[in-house]
Design a protein around this ligand. Structure first.
Ligand code: 7GP
Length: 833
């Protein structure tokens, strides 16, 4: 690195490379300096917000030095880089993570205490960076943490939304969405006003002969929107490697506004163009597992993809290598189909701008891209109307047609007698209107396609992408089971458990090699250890109970069994099954004599999660949960035996409080619908057990932790189709216990009979697509088993420890090694020269 600094500056650079601070005294000095100079405030009125800002700036100084060095080293070594393209990065808070990854949290804690602050209060000042919806966005964030922690040269590319996912308020039991303006003061981003890319939209294509007389396409006219880079440092844990997340922000070209219009007195329309350009990166689409096909969304996708590829290509060209070496230097991972236009854009750059032959260009393209699929739900598979693509990106549509032509020609050769296969696999769907199938384009343009858990990867091969397995052979398809970063989801969220584990294993190494947890199994009979383990769980429940009291006003007993379901609200995730089960429990308790009731195990059912603003049924589910809560929580017959809580505005920082506090959590999707799930992993890693269906990663969690340490129920994926068929064409009887639940709702016990009628009709009259009735009995029975198991606390703790000990596989570090090896062909960079 040093050698890359020019002579005249080298000495001064070396002198400046001392770390920002080491002791708590030095830290305090830095905080005070930042309050007074960077923030231009006096220590005389330094409140928690100012202390947060100054603490962040002090840590940021730390990261920047490592970040610069990492980037210099990576450039200097010129090794292959990974680019992770994702429309969502659900990062959560950065300060706590930075303190732990740098290893100076205790130093900061002491320093802040000296200055009169509690570190938790300071950490609590930070606004979550919520640039994502749910699983897909949080996975991207975990992957960035692992890539940096394992010293891989890797960049994330995304959009810098002005508004992240909305803030959820619950008013009279209903979800209300409030915009989340989060950029007020964000010390974690660096605007790079000098790193900009012009992105073109609309216009037309003409063919002109080049110098060799060959006809080339020229895309001209239309409008230009400027992409401005904002960089976010991503610190690795216990390593100086600090990678970069580059987020693009849109702005009008030609400066602030159109001076000509301004001077001619048309002030309003001169500002209008600027506003139109800025709309592109304005807001995150709030849908999880659903595509709405909005024009602005397609604009976002191309804007982000074009800027990112320009940046990647610019970096590659600096190395002066031959184009065919591109895939040896660059691996681009497509996080779902949202960035699929990158395939077309790279082909366009290579043939139209760099003048390469189609075939060589295409070889480079397919060698570069990998595509991860995150869902089999048909409503989430992206399709864009051909007319819209034509209008917005005329040249890209031509290239898509050419890609499709060559692809279909090769398929025709391979299967000369099968006309139908051409229709099925075509990138263009011959519907009214015609549509571009983005998943088909992503498969054709990538060298590897992966699912995110074994069942899911099998399902895509046998259902939605079956024909492509026939065409390309099974090797193009692979599985990388999801994982989570143990740094945030154990060390940061559950510091006491992390310390207990470290004290038993002799170090914190398990945080970078999670398989070491297996040594805990030797301790399952250690009385003292089990006691501490149980105490930590209890303390985490007390913390959550306090939070519940503060936010909802409801008192919950921390000794009760805490039963948690937090995730986006979706019919396939079946929060309705959960709340119907809760009502069933309530009715059962009500029917008991007081003496019988005394023998029952107290329970707290905790829900949390956002519904997409346009998803009416999901909003009704939220309403029912709240309505049940207000009846049950105020029923004196019931008291502590059952409480129903809906936690408002579930997000990453709330998950950090919730996950460590569960006894049992619910992962109860209709079999075959949840691609993987990742909160299941977070809960088990924190010593909670799970009740779940044989779906997604639950299956692999079961294989790892053992059938005795998980509560599985419900129909299997292979039977779902037949059951659905039977609902529609056979006689469909509702489970009798569920029928009683429905009667109670329809009596008006929980108010709003009208509001809830559609939820009931979905099960009774509209074919019960999600198999709520089919699984109800086994769900209720399994909850009875949970109660019984929980009564034996000794055994429960053994299950909890055993499960944690066997969770090593679910570290996102393992995922990254699998991607690096099987898809990207990249290696970590040794940390020091
Ligand atoms: C989610 C899947 O629903 C979840 O099962 C998985 O764990 C997660 O991705 C990470 O792989 N999918 C989405 O969040 C999503 O919106 C549609 O998928 C593109």
């Amino acid at each position: 690195v040093e050698a890359s600094i020019p002579e005249p500056q080298r000495e001064a650079w070396k002198r400046s490379q001392t770390s920002a601070f080491k002791s708590s005294d030095e830290f305090e000095k830095e905080v005070v300096r930042h309050v007074e100079t960077s923030l231009a405030r006096s220590m005389f009125n330094c409140d928690e917000k100012a202390a947060y800002s100054a603490t962040s700036l002090a840590f940021r100084d730390h990261l920047i030095l490592d970040w610069n060095k990492t980037q210099q080293r990576q450039t200097y070594r010129d090794s292959k880089r990974v680019y992770y393209l994702s429309l969502e990065f659900l990062m959560g808070r950065a300060l706590d993570n930075a303190m732990l990854n740098v290893g100076l949290k205790d130093t900061a804690k002491a320093g802040l205490a000296d200055l009169g602050f509690r570190i938790e209060d300071i950490i609590g000042q930070e606004h979550d960076a919520a640039l994502g919806n749910g699983g897909l966005g949080r996975l991207a964030a975990c992957f960035l943490d692992s890539l940096a922690s394992l010293d891989f040269p890797a960049w994330g590319y995304g959009l810098r939304y002005r508004y992240g996912i909305f803030k959820q308020e619950i008013i009279d039991g209903y979800q209300v969405e409030v915009p989340d303006y989060w950029l007020d003061f964000n010390p974690w981003e660096f605007p790079r006003h000098d790193v900009t890319v012009d992105v073109q939209f609309f216009g037309s294509v003409k063919k002109v002969p080049n110098e060799q007389g060959k006809s080339v396409a020229v895309w001209e006219g239309g409008e230009i929107v400027v992409a401005v880079a904002y960089d976010v440092p991503i610190p690795g844990y216990d390593t100086p490697t600090t990678n970069n997340l580059r987020l693009w922000s849109s702005k009008a070209s030609g400066g602030e506004f159109d001076f000509q219009k301004f001077n001619s007195g048309d002030y309003e329309s001169s500002v209008a163009e600027q506003q139109r350009a800025e709309t592109i990166s304005n807001v995150l689409y709030p849908n999880d597992n659903l595509e709405r096909g909005k024009e602005l969304r397609l604009k976002q996708q191309y804007f982000w993809v074009a800027a990112s590829l320009y940046d990647i290509v610019r970096r590659f060209k600096k190395s002066k290598r031959a184009w065919r070496e591109f895939p040896e230097q660059v691996a681009i991972q497509l996080n779902d189909t949202h960035p699929t236009l990158a395939i077309v854009e790279l082909q366009r750059i290579l043939i139209d701008i760099e003048g390469l032959d189609w075939d060589l260009a295409w070889e480079i393209v397919t060698g570069t891209f990998g595509y991860t699929n995150h869902t089999v739900l048909p409503e989430a598979l992206e399709k864009w109307p051909v007319g819209l693509v034509q209008h917005l990106l005329p040249r890209h549509l031509q290239i898509i047609y050419d890609i499709n032509l060559f692809f279909l020609q090769s398929v025709e050769k391979q299967f000369p007698d099968d006309r139908d296969i051409l229709t099925r696999v075509s990138i263009i769907e011959e519907s009214q209107p015609k549509m571009v199938r983005m998943a088909h384009l992503a498969i054709v343009g990538s060298h590897k396609v992966n699912g995110v858990a074994e069942l899911h990867s099998d399902l895509i091969k046998t259902t939605i992408f079956k024909d492509f397995v026939e065409i390309y052979g099974p090797d193009r398809f692979t599985n990388v089971t999801n994982g989570i970063t143990p740094r945030r989801w154990l060390h940061q969220a559950n510091p006491r458990l992390s310390e207990l584990i470290a004290s038993k294993l002799g170090s914190h190494e398990f945080l970078k090699d999670l398989s070491q947890l297996n040594k805990l199994e030797l301790l399952v009979q250690d009385k003292e250890f089990k006691k501490e383990w149980a105490e930590i769980k209890f303390a985490n429940k007390v913390r959550l109970a306090k939070y519940i009291k503060e936010t909802t006003g409801v008192n919950v007993n921390p000794s009760a069994l805490f039963d948690v379901q937090v995730k986006r609200i979706h019919e396939y995730k079946r929060q309705q099954l959960n709340i119907f089960g809760v009502i069933h429990r309530y009715l059962t308790l009500k029917a008991m004599t007081p003496a019988e009731r005394k023998k029952q195990l107290p329970r707290v059912s905790i829900f949390g999660g956002k519904a997409a603003p346009g998803y009416w049924m999901a909003k009704q589910i939220i309403h029912l949960i709240n309505a049940v809560g207000s009846v049950v929580n105020n029923d004196e017959d019931i008291g502590d035996l059952l409480k129903v809580i809906f936690l408002e505005d579930y997000n990453v920082s709330k998950a950090e409080i919730i996950c460590p506090a569960s006894d049992i959590s619910e992962h109860i999707s209709t079999a075959g619908t949840e691609a993987s799930g990742t909160s299941n992993m977070k809960f088990v890693l924190n010593g909670g057990l799970i009740i779940g269906t044989c779906d997604g990663a639950n299956i692999e969690i079961t294989r790892e932790v053992g059938e005795n340490n998980i509560f599985l129920f419900g129909n299997l994926a292979e039977d779902v189709e037949d059951l659905r068929h039977a609902h529609t064409y056979g006689s469909h009887t509702i489970d009798p216990d569920l029928a009683k639940v429905f009667e109670e709702i329809q009596k008006g016990t929980f108010g709003s009979v009208h509001d809830f009628s559609a939820m009931i009709a979905a099960v009774k009259d509209h074919g019960d697509y999600y198999l709520v009735s089919d699984d109800f009995h086994s769900y209720i029975e399994t909850h009875t088993l949970v109660d019984e198991a929980y009564r034996n606390q000794e055994e429960w703790v053994v299950k909890s420890i055993t499960a944690v000990a066997r969770m090593g596989f679910f570290s996102s570090d393992r995922c990254i090694y699998e991607y690096a090896d099987g898809i990207w062909n990249v290696e970590p960079l040794p940390r020091r020269d």
